[in-house]
Write a protein that binds this ligand. Sequence first.
Ligand SMILES: NC(=O)c1ccc[n+]([C@@H]2O[C@H](COP(=O)([O-])OP(=O)(O)OC[C@H]3O[C@@H](n4cnc5c(N)ncnc54)[C@H](OP(=O)(O)O)[C@@H]3O)[C@@H](O)[C@H]2O)c1
Length: 315
Amino acid sequence: MRVVEVERAGGPEVLRVVERDRPAPLPTEVLVRVHAAGVNPVDWKTRSGSGMAPVLGAPPFVVGWDVAGVVEEVGRGVTRFAAGDEVYGMPWFPREAGAYAEYLTAPSRQLASRPAALDHVHAAALPLAGLTAWQALVDTAGIEPGARVLVHAAAGGVGHLAVQIAKAHGAHVLGTARADKHDFLRELGVDEPIDYTSTDFAEVAGEVDVVLDLIGSEDYGLRSLAVLADGGLLIQVPSGAGERVAEEGRRQGRRVTGILVEPDGYALGELAALADAGRLRVEVERTLPLAEAGRAHELGEQGRTRGKLVLTTGA
Ligand SMILES: NC(=O)c1ccc[n+]([C@@H]2O[C@H](COP(=O)([O-])OP(=O)(O)OC[C@H]3O[C@@H](n4cnc5c(N)ncnc54)[C@H](OP(=O)(O)O)[C@@H]3O)[C@@H](O)[C@H]2O)c1
C-alpha cells in the first residue's frame, strides 16, 4: 500500500510517498481501506518535530489521524462492524495512526459509522476537529442554553464546528475571524462575528461564560480572561499557551484549562447524529490527492483555511 511517510523532521518536502506492507488487524481491531484523510495542524507540527513527534519517536513515521473509509477486515472479537461497513474516526491519538495511507488498522470502538449525510471527504474532515470542539464545549464546559460562548478562530477547522455545536446546545455565539469570512460565520449560526483585525474583541464581547481559544497566545489568553463572567471558563486549545495566563487566571479567580483531544467513539456518534439532523455542516475548503500532502501542509500552515483540507486516496 502507498503511505506518505515523514522521513525526517522538517518542512513539507520531508513528506514522501513510499510503499509499505498492508497492516493486519489484531483482535478488537478493524482494517480500514482509507478513502479520505483529514489534515490538521497537529499533522504539520508533528512533521516539523513538535506536536506529537515526541510521542511518535524518531522518524520515519506516518502522520494523520482523521480517517473515513470502508472496513476491509475485522479482527477477533469485533462485533460492531463487518467488512463493507463505512466508518470514520480519529483512532490512536496521540499515538501513530498513520492516516496518510491507503489502509490503517484501528480499535473498533474508536470508530463510528459514517454519517449518512456526509461523503467520505466530509466525514474525514470531522473527527479530530469535531471531537476537540465537543470535548471542550460539551464535556469540559458543560454549556447550557443561553450560555454566551466566544470562539477564537471561528472559521477554521475546530472553530467552524465549535460554533455549530454551541448553537445546537442553545448558546449565544460570538466568533472572531477576518471580515471576509463573516458571511460564512453567520451561515454557521454565529450571532456576533468580530473582525479581529480591526476590533479588540475584549472591547465588544461583553461578558461571556466560555471562551474557546484556538489561537492560544499569551495576548489572546490575557484579553480573554478580561471578558469572562464570574464562574466563566477559558479553554486554551493549542498546547504551550503559557503559564502566565493560567497564573493570571488563578489570581483573578477565573477558571482556565487546556485540553488534548482523545479518541471517542461515543462522541463520534453524537457528531454524526448532529450532521444527519442537518445541524452540523462540515466545510471542506479543498481536497488534494494523498501524494500532494506536502502541498496541503503548505496551504494549512498559512493559517487562513476556511473549514478543512482533506487528502483523498483515489479509493
Ligand atoms: N489540544 C488539542 O487537542 C487540539 C485539537 C485541535 C486543534 N488544536 C490546535 O488548535 C489550533 C486551531 O486548530 P484548527 O484546526 O482550527 O486550525 P486552522 O483550521 O488551521 O485555523 C485556521 C483559521 O484560523 C483563523 N485565524 C488565524 N489567526 C487568527 C486570529 N488571530 N484570530 C482569529 N482567527 C484567526 C483563520 O481565519 P482568518 O483567515 O479569518 O484569520 C482560519 O480560518 C491549532 O493550533 C491546533 O494545533 C489543538
